[in-house]
Design a binder for this molecule. Structure first.
Ligand SMILES: Cc1ncc(COP(=O)(O)O)c(C=O)c1O
Length: 361
């Protein structure tokens, strides 16, 4: 009898057993509190901070809102330098906050913003730099910090991919003026939808909490230009249950990343993201020599019910509906040749072997 194989997608959420989630959720039914910075949101913030080694984590609705809260808290008005090799939310958050994204091309090896090119794009209108730790690969933080200090600019890290990453031994969220992360279903730690804003500055932390809650101070006066960015108790319950499995998920990703890399290295035309500092290996980006090679691999995988994802594709500077086109040759080239392979906790090593074989034969 033929065995029916399940389709394999680029990712699957890491989920705690349902019983552990409902046990925590019971507290919502007991308290009747579903939102408004409830006890589970506060516990999620505290336990996530303790696990990661940061403080002042403000949990919110999603990673896009986390970026917008960061821009608002720093009261930025003007040009924000960022990378074209990112997800659209990096750019849309800048634009929703009435700022202008200015692209700086990437280092084609690390896939992060190229610090050597940042100063060329600084003008009298530049107010901040918003680099992305692409695929959880830590940016050149010291260099970026130096440039920001020299030009009196703020730094917001788009750390949507970077849960669990360290830089020089410390949680990566401790760098820059503010970091914004995502707890989306596809991320290392998930609350289905969710995000977090992190800062070392207590005043900014308090401002972020007001922005998250319509701008209210103590449920009385409106003192900030805020909005509704609150995480719900239901999402926090899921996050608290999943947090217990975060270390196992990080260890599993690292092991699987190493398997993919060592096997796929046998084909000299394939290349990989260069990791200089630390990475959480949340994705497995594979760079082909040409787009034609990539399309050939995608067809072979799709024919077997395997669906990797062209990510990030296309390069965000090419979205002419949103931004005037400025050529970013490195980002556009990488975007045309990069493919993220399936990588998640429940992916079997047998399925990884099949994927590897279909790519390198
Ligand atoms: C680099 C980057 N920034 C921001 C976001 C937005 O996060 P969210 O989906 O939680 O809004 C994402 C989402 O995948 C992302 O990849």
């Amino acid at each position: 009898m033929a065995v029916e194989r399940k389709n394999i997608y680029v990712t699957q959420p890491t989920l705690a057993p349902l019983g552990e989630v409902t046990e925590i959720m019971q507290r919502i039914w007991d308290s009747g509190i579903m939102t408004h910075n409830g006890p589970l949101v506060q516990q999620f913030e505290k336990e996530t901070q303790a696990f990661l080694g940061c403080s002042n984590l403000v949990a919110c609705t999603n990673g896009t809102i986390a970026l917008q809260m960061a821009i608002r808290a720093l009261e930025l008005k003007g040009e924000i330098i960022t990378t074209p090799f990112t997800f659209i939310a990096t750019i849309s958050s800048i634009m929703w906050e009435h700022c202008t994204p200015v692209f700086v091309d990437i280092d084609p090896e690390t896939l992060n913003i190229d610090p050597d090119k940042i100063e060329e794009r600084i003008t009298c209108h530049t107010v901040a730099i918003m680099p992305v730790h692409v695929f959880g690969n830590a940016c050149e933080i010291d260099r970026i910090d130096e440039i920001a200090k020299a030009h009196n600019l703020k730094v917001i890290y788009d750390a949507a991919h970077a849960v669990g990453v360290k830089y020089k031994g410390k949680c990566i969220f401790n760098y820059g003026d503010v970091s914004a992360t995502s707890f989306h279903a596809t991320k290392m730690l998930n609350t289905a939808e969710g995000g977090g804003v992190i800062t070392r500055d207590k005043d900014i932390d308090e401002k972020l909490r007001r922005i998250r809650f319509f701008g209210f101070e103590n449920h009385a006066d409106i003192v900030e230009d805020g909005f509704n960015g609150k995480m719900t108790e239901v999402h926090a319950a899921l996050g608290l249950a999943n947090l217990k499995y975060l270390q196992a998920a990080l260890d599993d990703r690292k092991k699987k990343y190493a398997i993919y890399k060592s096997e796929l290295s046998r084909n000299a035309s394939l290349s990989f993201q260069k990791i200089t500092y630390d990475c959480n290996y949340s994705y497995f980006p594979l760079i082909f020599a040409t787009e034609a090679d990539l399309l050939k691999a995608v067809s072979a995988l799709n024919a077997e019910g395997i669906y990797p994802r062209r990510y990030f594709y296309p390069s965000v500077n090419t979205f002419r509906k949103l931004v005037p086109y400025v050529s970013m040759p490195k980002s556009e080239d990488i975007a045309s040749r990069i493919l993220c392979l399936p990588l998640y906790y429940s992916l079997s090593e047998a399925d990884m072997e099949r994927i590897i074989k279909l790519i390198i034969g």
